[in-house]
Design a protein around this ligand. Structure first.
Ligand code: SAM
Ligand code: SF4
Length: 345
């Protein structure tokens, strides 16, 4: 089988390293900007989505991902928008699974809202996916519909059940929202423990206009969340790291991991190993900065990958040292104009 990969020696020689000596080993790919939910912190109610013509085909996405794998990326995460609402997305997942089989990729995973998991969990496992992140901010059905605007909690819980049955390890992502789910954190910890899921709390990030001063009202520093949880749970420090922004603890009472993603109260950039690709082929070298590289033009210009490889390398050479997200009364505007659904978090 042609894996689309260079021989191991060439792979090693071509590894992507940025100007701050950080090896780029993790690519997140937003496969669509569309979603079947409208979470209040992520999107406005009336979103304008990209015209279909601008969006890379599944074949083009595969070619781009494969170029990164050839240059040393070991972990691929599909995200969105909602990745599982993209038509025929499973053909992309199955095709990318060949890199796992060939040993060129350590992990193929995805971040999903869970609405389509009942349908796809088994197929995901068959394609080589072993772990998924599922976003779930509340266990209260009415609150769930209020926060997601269009979502139904039962559908997600069914999806989670299917994921467990399929053998997928699940990590729950919960955005901490002042006045939204801040009365449920203990319940989420207990429930995740019972279900055998890891749990990660995320601070609201200032991305994209969601209307008015909503962001300031939603922001809840995780230092506070952690201090409150520590009253009821024993949080043991761990050195578990994913190279990303999460700091992990083990909850002694449940034995599960509990992570905190704190872009605003703790800067995590020094260990950043990742870049993000949108569904139009735009590469963002930093979640919190606007600088980006157009990979669609070199991709479409030639069926040969030379120009694409050059474009990827020059983009990585511009990866900035870090971001500067701030939410306070003097900084009400989003730090970056795009919504989280563009780059998928
Ligand atoms: N639709 C999928 C989902 O919800 O998991 C994947 C895309 S979603 C943009 C990825 C993650 O970003 C979700 O866990 C979501 O809660 C989080 N997110 C969205 N907007 C955010 C924001 N402004 N600040 C922090 N996290 C955000
Ligand atoms: Fe959709 Fe995920 Fe954004 Fe919610 S967080 S609107 S599920 S993309």
């Amino acid at each position: 089988m042609d894996t689309g990969l260079a021989p191991p020696a060439a792979q090693a020689a071509e590894r992507l390293v940025d100007p701050f000596a950080r090896a780029i080993s993790y690519l997140r790919v937003s496969v669509t900007d569309r979603c079947d939910f409208r979470c209040v912190y992520c999107m406005s109610e009336n979103m304008t989505f990209l015209p279909k013509a601008e969006i890379l085909s599944l074949e083009e996405l595969d070619r781009l991902c494969s170029a990164f794998v050839r240059m040393g990326v070991r972990k691929l995460r599909l995200t969105g928008g909602e990745p599982l609402v993209r038509r025929n997305v499973m053909s992309l997942v199955r095709n990318l699974g060949r890199h796992i089989e060939a040993g060129a990729l350590d992990e193929l995973t995805l971040t999903t809202n869970g609405s389509q998991l009942a349908k796809y969990a088994h197929e995901l496992y068959q394609a080589g996916v072993r772990r998924i992140n599922v976003s779930l901010d509340t266990l209260d059905p009415a609150k769930f519909t209020a926060l997601t605007r269009w979502g139904k909690l039962d559908q997600v819980l069914d999806g989670l059940k299917a994921a467990k049955q399929a053998g997928l390890a699940v990590k729950i992502n919960a955005v901490a929202l002042k006045g939204g789910n801040d009365d449920e954190f203990d319940r989420l910890v207990a429930w995740s423990g019972d279900e055998g899921f890891d749990l990660v709390f995320i601070e609201v990030m200032p991305m994209g206009d969601i209307g008015g001063e909503a962001r300031l009202d939603q922001y809840l520093p995780l230092s506070l969340v952690r201090a409150n949880l520590a009253k009821n749970w024993t949080l043991d420090e761990t050195d578990y790291r994913t190279g990303g922004p999460a700091r992990y603890f083990t909850v002694r009472e449940t034995g599960r991991r509990l992570g905190f993603i704190t872009p605003l109260t703790h800067n995590f950039c020094e260990s950043c190993n990742r870049v993000r690709l949108t569904c139009t082929g735009t590469l963002y070298m930093c979640l919190g900065q606007d600088d980006a590289a157009d990979l669609r033009t070199p991709l479409r210009a030639s069926s040969d990958d030379a120009a694409l490889d050059d474009a990827i390398r020059s983009a990585i050479a511009r990866k900035p040292k870090g971001h500067d997200f701030v939410i306070d009364r003097r900084h009400k505007a989003p730090a970056v104009a795009r919504h989280m659904s563009v780059t998928g978090g």
